[in-house]
Design a protein around this ligand. Structure first.
Ligand SMILES: Cc1ncc(COP(=O)(O)O)c(C=O)c1O
Length: 373
């Protein structure tokens, strides 16, 4: 099988798997237990926290471990707002966000007035658009850094500077930025940063929320006092250990991003030759993804046909791909060409992807498209 869906989940690296297996063998206790088995598990959770903190220049105590990017996004949005007095709130966001952010905002119901920044020119929202929206004040800004579907890179540091000047909390969803862009959380200047294991060679079901020191956040699940009272429940120790092991390999991952740019260029050229249009902004973008629309296809059907031939791809965010609905991200980027959203194919690369695999993927795509012609 050729796997070109690294924006959904990445293969678990061998060192990560060894760390996970060893945790299941030797540190399976409840990390909240005070006895030796609990202490062994707790030591591993804390070591994973230090590893992740080291990878982003953070203090370990400022990281809250969760069970996924979605939970971290939910916690950031709902937890930061809940710590203020209840009442109407104004939230600034964009249509490019992952459902984990948009649905958390939707869960606030009529309490929330939402400003969605424009993606004019098929670009992520500009700092100017954010500055304008902030004129009337806001209680929270939630914007992503790297888009999961097109790989566009938003000006996250500029967002942070503007929000800081106006003392508005800023949540940045960095699930697709970690491991693809250099990331120093102190230099970035955000209030909260969402990080996920499955995008960097770690297992699914492990993630973190980095939170600025001194900022209060209300939990969104209720129970024990784990994670300093900010996230109740016994964690999946092995998954977090895997996240920590994957975080140690981030520098090696970053070193391979340039090589992926060559593979991406080859894939894009092949898609163009096969009659596709490329969905990508003019501005900066990460080298790990090709998003192409094939006019006569529905993306979900193309993905199914490629799957039969042994190529794993997607038509958008993995969590929505079973629904077959057009991509809301592409609808927002190309409002005058809704067919692009219906017909999108996302091929995403990882450091393991070889030239031979890319050539095989192109051969499969060519075969499937020609057969249907
Ligand atoms: C940008 C972004 N945010 C949030 C998530 C949700 O993460 P998870 O699937 O770990 O819940 C994803 C996952 O694809 C993502 O790409």
């Amino acid at each position: 099988v050729i796997y070109l869906d690294h924006h959904a989940a990445t293969p678990v690296a061998p060192a990560v798997r060894r760390a996970i297996d060893d945790t299941h063998d030797n540190a399976w206790g409840n990390p909240a237990s005070v006895h030796a088995a609990g202490r062994a598990a707790r030591a591993r959770v804390e070591s994973a926290r230090r590893a992740l903190a080291g990878a982003i220049g953070a203090q370990p105590a400022d990281l809250i471990f969760t069970a996924g990017g979605t939970e971290s996004c939910n916690l950031a949005v709902l937890g930061l707002l809940a710590s203020d007095a209840p009442g109407p709130v104004h939230i600034v966001t964009s249509e490019l966000e992952h459902p984990a952010i948009l649905q958390a905002i939707a869960a606030l119901g009529p309490r929330a007035r939402v400003t969605r920044l424009s993606c004019a020119g098929a670009q992520p929202p500009s700092a100017g658009a954010l500055a304008e929206a902030l004129h009337e004040g806001a209680d929270l800004v939630a914007l992503q850094w790297v888009n999961h579907e097109t790989g566009s890179i938003a000006p996250a540091a500029e967002y942070a500077r503007l929000c800081r000047e106006r003392a508005v909390p800023l949540v940045v969803d960095a699930c697709q930025a970690l491991g693809k862009l250099p990331l120093e959380v102190g230099a970035l200047g955000v209030t909260a940063l969402v990080l996920a294991s499955a995008k960097i060679g770690g297992p699914t079901g492990a993630a973190a929320l980095w939170l600025e020191r001194g900022r209060t956040i209300s939990p969104i699940s209720f129970g024990g006092a784990q994670e300093r009272g900010r996230r109740a429940g016994t964690p999946d120790t092995a998954a977090l250990v895997g996240f920590g092991a994957a975080a140690l390999a981030i520098p090696a991952r970053l070193a391979l991003v340039e090589r992926m740019a060559g593979l991406r260029a080859r894939l894009e050229q092949a898609c163009l030759q096969l009659g596709a249009v490329i969905n990508a902004s003019e501005g900066p973008r990460v080298a790990t993804v090709v998003n192409a629309s094939f006019r006569d296809w529905r993306g979900a059907e193309l993905v199914a046909a490629l799957d039969v031939e042994g190529l794993c791809a997607s038509s958008g965010a993995a969590c929505s791909s079973g629904l077959g609905a057009p991509s809301p991200v592409l609808l927002a980027l190309y409002p005058d060409q809704p067919w692009r959203a219906q017909a999108a194919l996302r091929l995403s690369l990882g450091p393991e992807t070889s030239e031979a695999e890319v050539e095989q993927a192109i051969a499969i795509l060519t075969r499937v498209l020609r057969r249907a012609a």
